[in-house]
Structures are given as structure tokens and as C-alpha cells.
Design a protein around this ligand. Sequence first.
Ligand code: CP
Ligand code: NVA
Length: 300
Amino acid sequence: MAKRDFLTITDLSRQEISRLFDLAERMKKGSYQETPLAGKTLAMIFAKSSTRTRVSFEVGTYQLGGQALFLSSRDIQIGRGEPIPDTAHVLSRYVDGIMIRTFDHQEVEELARCATIPVINGLTDLTHPCQVLADLFTVREALGGWEGKRIAWVGDGNNMANSWLEAAAVLGFELRLACPEGFEPDRARFERAQQAATVMVTEVPEEAAEGAHVVNTDVWASMGQEGEAEARRNAFKGYTVDADLMKLADPKAIFLHCLPAHRGEEVTADVIDGAQSRVWDEAENRLHVQKALLATLMGQ
Ligand code: CP
Ligand code: NVA
């Protein structure tokens, strides 16, 4: 059977996402005791920092009977310029799957093309599909699903926003993104989502939040953009998710943030630490959803 990668949400169909979430739910409830990764190893390459992705993949692999290797790209030869295809060929001879977090999305695609084992995208500058899978699972858990729901994105049209667009393209829910001019999400992903779902990009946060069932945001300066932080703080003035913005959403709306968060910038403390916030469930769900993904891709 051909190996399968997970580089973007659109690598999965609606049915596959549903099956994956059923499995993740069993894992979360503790009614799944199998060890499909027994004797198997996941290599985890990180060119950027991580708390949740690193820990949830490492713990998840262990819980499924396997072991995970943390490989900082600074310490392996990739950091000294060893070509991606060579790295792919060599790792394919040692391990059973690769999770990679890096800057350039094309590097992940090249790694996946050259490796004979599954490759999982643990975040690039372009997308963050593992996080949005966990977010969708959190929405299903909190609201019963995304059918007929309006999802709001307020802030930077970044890797998270792009993965939400991919999710809308597969699942067809309504997505409203409020981003300042010049910080809109990826055009191609927006157009693809438009073919399958009601999506809009506005510069007005209130338009996105109005009647929303999920209000979502993320940092204004992503990893690699630290030098732009000050300019971005100015550009994103007025895009903070605060209690007034949450009041425009559905009364039962939940607040999501992939974390790490900057209280007082993209979200106020009363919102992220308040009753509507599901950020800790969201972080926990990374573990369950990725375990389901690992069992599906690597457990054969
Ligand atoms: N949300 C997320 O991916 O967190 P980390 O950067 O800590 O992995
Ligand atoms: N957009 C953020 C997400 C961090 C999990 C970043 O890329 O830094």
C-alpha cells in the first residue's frame, strides 16, 4: 500500500476526518488500548521552537507503543546544508515516520516526495494542519459539529488562517476572516475554499465575529517574524479579541487560540482565561487527534 503523508488538511476527505475523530474520541475516553506503533520510531525534526507539538507527538508516540526522536535541525546535518532528499532517503532507512516543523513549506513537500515513509507537517510558514485538526475536534466536542456553524478568524492571515481555509474547503462550514490590509491569508487557499464554502475576508473584526459560534485568533508575529513585532503591533491595533467583540458572537460561542498567546495583544486575559475559552481542551486535543493520525498513517 502506498504511504500516506499529512501535509495539509486537504490531504484528508470529510469521511476520513470523521473516522479520525471517532478514533481520537475513543483514545481520549481511554477505551483504546492498542499499540499500533510497537517497535516503530517517529523522527521529529524541529527548525522552530515548540511546546505542544513536540510534547504531544512524543507522548502520543510513546502511548501507542513506539518511540519518538527529537531532532533539532541545528544539531542534525540539515542545519549544515545536507540536502532534503538525502535526509529523506537516510531517515527512511531508520525510522517509520517523520514529523517536521520548519519555515519553508516546499521543504516539507520535498521531504515527503523523497521519503518512503509518512511525513507529517508540524507547522510551516504556510500552514499548521495538525493544530486545525485538533481545533475542529474541539469544535465537534464543544458544539456537536461544524455543520451550519460560523467560524470567525480575527487577526493575522497566517499559517493557522490558511489551514482554516483548507478545512472550510473540505468540510464546507462558514468562515469569516478579519485581517488588516496586507495581512490577508493565502489567495489560492481562499479561492479554493470559496468553491466549497461561504468564506469572506474583511478588515472589520465585528463583521467576522457577528453571530459566530467559534472565535479564533493567533499571535500577530509568528515564529520567524520577531523583527516585525513592533510594526505588526501597530498594524493590528483594533484586532484584539476582547469581551466587547465576544458579545457580538453567538451567546454559546467558544474562543480558541492555538497558543502560545500574548495577553493584551491579540486577546485580552478576561477572554482567554474566561468561561467561553476552550484553549486547554484545544491543547489537550492535539494529543488525541495526533495519536489517531499516527495510528492511521504509521500503524499498518
Ligand atoms: N500550537 C502549537 O503548535 O504550539 P507549539 O508551538 O508549542 O508546538
Ligand atoms: N502562527 C504561529 C503559530 C504557533 C503555534 C507561528 O507560526 O508562530
